[in-house]
Design a protein around this ligand. Structure first.
Ligand code: PAF
Length: 300
């Protein structure tokens, strides 16, 4: 596996693949790899001739006061894990390579970027603007045929699909299922911040999703009832959600009824750690292949 730090070096390494028309897969990450990242790298390895993993803690998607400085970083560990999964290239640029002096462009997906995570009460519109900007840059740098993202960051996958469609980018977006700990907690690089007591409470998020799934699966179509079932699980653990929402799985718009394509999303702070999770109602998570296939085909 080659470790490259500059765009020029990256293009040089990928030039022979372009000549051979080899399928290039990109797994964009901010490092601190867990099972979710590894499952995406594994899938890219199975589907592509060349696998590029990017490792860049993107300052543009952190609000001031967020955990940019303390964000877990261990490049040596990530390098070993990416290599073990068969990645060909680890692209780990410095911030000045991505945002050189004088940089002033931003990519904003206006509606999708301002709801839920992008709400002022959440991480604010700068968060998904920062994600859209860096992902656009990574797509221009790597020119992947397929780019792989995790379902846990559901809203970011909608933003990325939208910008790919709106800006006519020739890249296919693949979304892999959320990988969970044995008790249901969604794997996240930020889970390392949780104290043992907080780790115990954090499982309330996935329990809330399972409760929502259960009432929807039993035939409940009133969003208020599904949300109430989920909310009861959070209340029982003393977890106050930043948002708990049911949205259309097609475009994250508000819905009047729960049908087979609704997305239940939650964000909450457990102590100082902000966690998010979501589930597609009507799609069994036990069958990740069908989930991934459905998300890949979902309209942007
Ligand atoms: O999901 C992430 O880790 C980041 O938001 C991404 C897509 C790598 C952009 O920095």
């Amino acid at each position: 596996m080659r470790v490259v730090r500059t765009v020029a070096e990256l293009r040089g390494v990928l030039a022979p693949c372009r000549r051979d028309e080899a399928l290039v897969g990109l797994v964009p990450t901010m490092g601190a790899f867990h099972g979710g990242h590894l499952s995406l790298i594994r899938r890219a390895r199975a589907e592509c001739a060349v696998v590029v993993v990017s490792l860049f803690v993107n300052p543009a998607q952190f609000r001031s006061g967020e955990d940019l400085d303390g964000y877990p970083r261990d490049e040596a560990r990530d390098r070993a894990l990416a290599q073990a999964e068969g990645a060909d290239v680890l692209f780990a640029p410095d911030p000045a390579e991505v945002y050189p002096s004088g940089f002033q462009t931003a990519v904003e997906v206006s509606e999708l970027g301002r709801m839920l995570e992008g709400d002022e009460a959440g991480r604010g519109p700068s968060h998904l603007r920062g994600v859209a900007t860096v992902v656009t840059k990574l797509f221009n740098m790597v020119a992947p045929d397929i780019a792989y993202f995790g379902q846990k960051d559901a809203q970011q996958t909608y933003v990325i699909r939208r910008l790919v469609q709106d800006l006519d980018m020739p890249v296919r977006i693949a979304v892999g299922p959320t990988v969970r700990e044995a008790d249901g907690l969604a794997m996240s690089s930020r889970n390392v911040y949780l104290t043992p007591a907080e780790r115990h409470r954090a499982v309330a998020l996935s329990r809330a999703l399972r409760a929502g799934e259960a009432v929807a699966a039993a035939g409940e179509s009133d969003p208020a009832e599904v949300l109430a079932a989920a909310r009861a699980m959070l209340d029982a653990a003393g977890v106050e959600p930043e948002y708990l929402a049911l949205r259309s799985a097609a475009d994250l718009s508000q819905i009047e009824r729960v049908d087979g394509t609704a997305l239940l999303l939650v964000a909450a702070r457990i102590g100082r750690t902000r966690l998010i999770d979501n589930t597609l109602l009507g799609v069994p998570e036990a069958n990740p292949a069908s989930l991934a296939a459905e998300r890949e085909e979902a309209p942007a």
